[in-house]
Design a protein around this ligand. Structure first.
Ligand code: ACM
Ligand code: ZN
Length: 528
């Protein structure tokens, strides 16, 4: 039964991420009620108006019809180029006639819609009073993302969609999807059908990191995304103003692929989909032309599935032990005249050659390559590739200083597979480290970046590697509420960040998680 409510619920603007400026104007309030309509300007995607209607229905039970014109008692959605705001910015005005949400672009408008949605107290029912106010808001960084590894453990279509919803709730605009790794290949590639059929399956899963113990059960049969699934999820994300960046990690982290196609390795195998965690010495043989062609074939299918301008080709953790001994790899070094140069070794320079080869190929398909920060030690950074700084902040700083675009994902602040409290014994087994909500919150991606290089820091993301995260419950426990802290690092100017204030707003956000059925780690809420 719907609870009887004497007083209308009070909207506030205490949302996450915190808007840059909220000015309450006077003592009145606009009442959203059963007669309120949503008015959509012709430049506003129909879907966005429908999302707002659905959010309001979820939070209040009120169904607001979407119409093209009405004078009063409405939520007015418009898109207007506003030179005072960046592309993702929006303004909200609340007055006696209603709520005016104006985005600089449809993306900006969508963030404004999220702010209105989050301003309604979760779990209210019936009318909501919105105090008269003016809000102006825009993000600090143009790149705001979360990553998800679906290789080590698989997360299916429904969960990926829920994850995308969660990113949208936090005004993020990219989803970095780690689709392949040594322990399982998770995307259908038409030209190489065994990648999905066979490379998706490992013999068993190790218990934690105790290699003498395993569950004795094959893992991963059918655990991959068909190309139709991918198209469906890409569409789902685009509707929510999120671009998906696929990652096909190469030339290391390719053992699952080699298990089906051993001819692309240095030794010819045999290889098995890996049942260990960590870094394998067995990598693609970049000395063989057929391997280079294989990589291009895979990337061209992937590029055609994902409209996003970015494509991630990994490049992390690629040991060179096989390349040092492989006649084909050594011949490639000679034939291409590869020298050590700025790289760590001539084999690292060979990796740089391979990454550049892929970047040029993908540029021809209209794509910009992102790679892990090993790009810097292969001498391949620059060359229009974006560096993702994960081993620390140094890679991002070095890239920015040489005027190369970079994204900050330093593991010590932004690896959400790490423990999240002081007392590990109270937490599920994790990859190590210690990344508390407060630590995430206090991270400043521009620290150490000279003023003239700051614009090369495109933004920030957090990673969820899933070796020790077997299911959706656990994944949510690791992500929420650290994602809330992350979203303020991505969105809010450093000067406005205030941890106690954030915690108060997080308490409100928890009610929304309860309403939406998301699970979260309890630690910061204990002792509230
Ligand atoms: C990574 O964590 N290996 C990028
Ligand atoms: Zn080789």
């Amino acid at each position: 039964m719907t609870p009887v409510q004497d007083q209308p619920a009070q909207a506030d603007y205490m949302v996450i991420p915190k808007p840059e400026s909220v000015v309450l104007s006077g003592t009145g309030a606009f009442m959203l009620d059963g007669r309120t309509k949503i008015v959509r300007d012709s430049a506003v995607p129909e879907k966005d108006a429908e999302f707002l209607a659905e959010y309001i229905r979820q939070s209040t039970g009120i169904a607001c019809p979407v119409v093209s014109r009405v004078r009063r008692n409405a939520i007015y959605l418009t898109v207007l180029d506003d030179p005072g705001l960046n592309a993702d910015g929006y303004r909200i005005g609340v007055d006696k006639d209603g709520i005016h949400i104006c985005g600089n672009t449809p993306d900006g408008l969508f963030h404004g819609i999220q702010t209105v949605r989050k301003s309604i107290p979760a779990g209210s029912s019936g009318a909501v009073a919105f105090p008269y106010a003016t809000i102006a808001d825009e993000p600090r960084f143009p790149y705001r993302a979360m990553h998800l590894d679906v290789s080590r453990h698989f997360f299916g279509k429904d969960f990926v969609k829920r994850y995308i919803d969660l990113l949208a709730l936090h005004n993020m605009n990219y989803f970095h999807w780690h689709l392949t790794d040594d322990q399982g290949w998770r995307i259908e590639i038409k030209k190489y059908p065994l990648l999905a059929e066979k490379s998706s399956i490992r013999e068993y899963t190790v218990i934690r990191r105790e290699y003498d113990k395993n569950d004795g059960t094959p893992y991963g049969e059918g655990c991959y995304f068909t190309q139709d699934d991918i198209r469906e999820i890409v569409r789902y994300a685009l509707d929510r103003h999120i671009q998906i960046i696929p990652e096909i990690d190469m030339p290391g982290h390719m053992l699952a692929a080699l298990a089906s196609y051993p001819e692309f390795g240095c030794t010819g195998g045999p290889y098995k989909v890996w049942t260990r965690w960590g870094v394998s010495d067995q990598v693609l043989c970049v000395g063989k032309d057929r391997t280079v062609q294989f990589a291009k074939d895979v990337l061209s299918e992937v590029a055609s599935l994902f409209p996003c301008r970015y494509i991630h080709i990994g490049g992390d953790e690629c040991p060179k032990t096989e390349w040092e001994k492989c006649p084909d790899c050594q011949e490639r070094i000679k034939a291409e005249g590869i020298v050590k140069g700025d790289a760590k070794s001539v084999e690292d320079a060979l990796q740089g050659w391979f990454m550049k080869e892929m970047a040029v190929f993908l540029k021809g398909l209209g794509k910009t390559v992102i790679g892990w920060d090993e790009l810097l030690e292969s001498g391949a950074a620059g060359n229009d590739m974006v560096v993702m700084s994960w081993r620390g902040v140094e890679g991002g700083i070095a890239a920015a200083k040489q005027h190369t675009d970079a994204i900050m994902v330093p593991h010590s602040y932004l690896y959400f597979d790490y423990y999240q409290t002081e007392d590990r014994s109270q937490e599920p087994f994790a990859a190590g480290g210690k990344v508390t909500v407060e630590k995430v919150y206090n991270y400043d991606p521009l620290e150490g970046i000279p003023a003239g290089s700051r614009r090369y820091i495109l933004g920030v993301q957090a990673n969820l590697w899933t070796e020790f995260i077997p299911d959706e419950h656990h994944a949510q426990h690791m992500v929420i509420p650290r994602i809330d802290a992350l979203s303020e690092v991505q969105w809010c100017p450093l000067e406005t960040r205030d941890y106690p204030d954030f915690l108060q707003r997080l308490g409100r956000q928890k009610n929304l998680y309860d309403q939406l059925g998301y699970e979260y780690a309890p630690y910061v809420f204990e002792g509230e």
